[in-house]
Structure formats: C-alpha cells, structure tokens
Design a protein around this ligand. Structure first.
Ligand code: CP
Ligand code: NVA
Length: 309
C-alpha cells in the first residue's frame, strides 16, 4: 500500500521518530562522505504553484544524492487543474515517476493529487500545512538538545501553515508547544482540537508573546504574511506589531534558548536582525536539515506504490 506525507498527523509517532533517526544517520553519512544511494533510477516530480528556494533545492539535491533525478514543474508548465484535471496529471505522472512533491495553494488540491496518484505524494507546503519544514526543525532541536519530549517551543506570530504542522509535531514528539498570536490569527480549529484531544504533548495559546516565551527552549517565528495573502500585508503589519521576535523576548526565554525561523525572513518585521543573525540563531541548521529530513522521507516512502487501477 502506498503512503504519502500530506500531514504529520497521518502517521504514528514511532514512524516519524524513525524518520528523524534516519535523517540524523543520513546527515552523518553525508558528513563522512559515505552517503548511500538507494534511489538509483528513481525520479521525483516536483510540482510548484508558489515560489521556493529551500524546498526546491533540498528536494532536488536530496534525490540526486540518493542516486535519482528530479523534474521541476513550474506553475506555467502544467497549470494544475486548469490545462487538465488534477486526476489526469496524477495518473500520468504515476506511469513515469516514482515520487511526487507538490507545493500548492489549496490544501484540498494536494489531497486530491495524492488520492489520484498511485505513487507517494509529499507535501512541499500548502496553505494549511508545511510538514517537511517542521520535521527538519525537530531534527534541529533533537540535535541541539539530545531529545524532543518535553521541549518548550514558543511560536510568536501567525497561526499559519507552519504552526498547524507544529501542532501535529507536538503530538508526535510530545512537545510543550506555546503559540502567541493576536486574536483572529489562531491556527486551524480542527487541527488544534485534534491535537488537544490526542492526550500527547501540551498546547497553549496566548496573546502575550512574553508569556509564551517564558523559559522556552526555542523561540520560533515566520512571516506575518504568507504566500497568497499579499493583499492583507498592511492589515497584518498592524495586527502583528507587538509580535516581533527580538532580544527582549529572548531575555525571558531559557538561557540556552535557540532562535528559529523557517525562512524567508523579513528583518525588522517578524524578527529583529540581531536575533536572526545572532549567536542563538539556528536558522541555517534548520535550512540544512531540510535536505537530510527530506532524504529520509523519500527513502521511507519510496517503494510504497499502489497498483494502477
Ligand atoms: N522554508 C521554506 O519552505 O522555504 P522555501 O519557501 O524557500 O522553500
Ligand atoms: N508561512 C510561510 C512559509 C514559507 C516557507 C508561507 O506559507 O508563505
């Protein structure tokens, strides 16, 4: 039976913990120059409706390091759902390639792509979720602290796609996750309710960034205006004015706290430049770990193929 990575919530914690363990092994193998190549002859199709630096480059580099190849399909190339149906695209690609990664606006479109494809589909970000980012972030935290369970992660800002994946990660990895966001910018209500009902992890929503940051092991932020929300930029600047990750917030976190951002960042908006570029920042470790975590995801999902109907 084929498996997809649409949401971290679709997979049991032990599987996701195994993926992180594999990611750590792949990273140390690659540092020693002894990287394995289990995907020789495999092809990854990469469908992008939105821009990307990290996701595109790490998937393309990752499959090539594992012995395979990638084909990048820009929005104008296939025009998902416009030039032909999502189902037709999924069924055609499934006859040629072994894996698909897609970055879409509507989450439902990715779900449909996965349903119609007989090869594994990986979520490279949708308006709802960004699971590959948060897997790499958890790898980064595990490296730094030697464990994940019980870590206090404070996210300051918008309850967006990255936050929704953090809620799932709090369940999978038993985190103490705090979100400080203004009223009206909370995360997805269903994802929040399911995470709270899981009985795993701890989830706290507050409006005050200082309250969320107190004693935190990690302070995290992301842009106030995500891709596709550009028309709301001014309103969001006003709503998030008190939500900058800066040295005052860092001062209330634990003395060993790290600063995280999925990037791209806007210095002087959601994060102060001295904090983003300062000694506590692990943003480049996060970016590097996208490569290792996604190589682990591709190895995990490869070979889980559904028979063509
Ligand atoms: N963090 C992240 O997903 O970056 P890109 O949008 O550049 O892929
Ligand atoms: N929340 C951001 C993440 C970018 C990696 C966005 O969706 O634009």
């Amino acid at each position: 039976m084929k498996s997809d990575l649409i949401s971290l919530a679709d997979h049991p914690p032990d599987i996701l913990q195994g993926v992180l363990a594999l990611a750590a092994e792949l990273k140390s193998e690659s540092r020693r120059g002894t990287g394995r190549r289990p995907l020789v002859g495999r092809t990854l199709a990469m469908i992008f409706e939105k821009p990307s630096l990290r996701t595109r480059v790490t998937f393309e580099t990752g499959i090539s390091q594992l012995g395979g190849g990638a084909i990048y399909l820009a929005p104008q190339d296939i025009q998902l759902g416009a030039r032909e149906t999502v189902g037709d695209i999924a069924r055609n690609l499934s006859r040629w390639v072994d894996l698909i990664v897609a970055r879409t606006f509507r989450h439902e479109l990715l779900v449909e792509l996965a349903r119609e494809a007989s090869v594994p589909v990986i979520n490279g970000l949708t308006d709802l979720l960004h699971p590959c980012q948060v897997l790499a972030d958890c790898q980064t935290l595990e490296e730094r602290f030697g464990r994940l369970a019980g870590l206090k992660v404070a996210f300051i800002g918008d309850g967006n796609n990255v936050v929704n994946s953090w809620l799932n990660a709090a369940v999978a990895f038993d985190l103490d996750f705090r979100l400080a966001c203004p009223a009206g910018y909370e995360p997805d209500a269903r994802i929040l309710a399911a995470a709270r009902a899981s009985g795993r992890g701890r989830i706290t929503l507050v409006e005050d960034p200082r309250e969320a940051s107190r004693d935190a092991d990690a302070l995290y932020t992301d842009v106030w205006t995500s891709m596709g929300q550009e028309a709301e930029t001014q309103a969001r600047r006003l709503a998030f004015a008190g939500y900058q990750l800066n040295s005052q917030l860092l001062a209330v976190a634990a003395p060993h706290a790290v600063v995280m951002h999925c990037l791209p960042a806007h210095r002087g908006e959601e994060i102060a430049a001295d904090v983003l570029d300062g000694p506590r920042s692990v943003v480049l470790e996060q970016a590097e770990n996208r490569l290792h975590a996604q190589k682990a995801v591709m190895i995990w999902l490869n070979g889980t193929v559904r028979a063509a109907a």
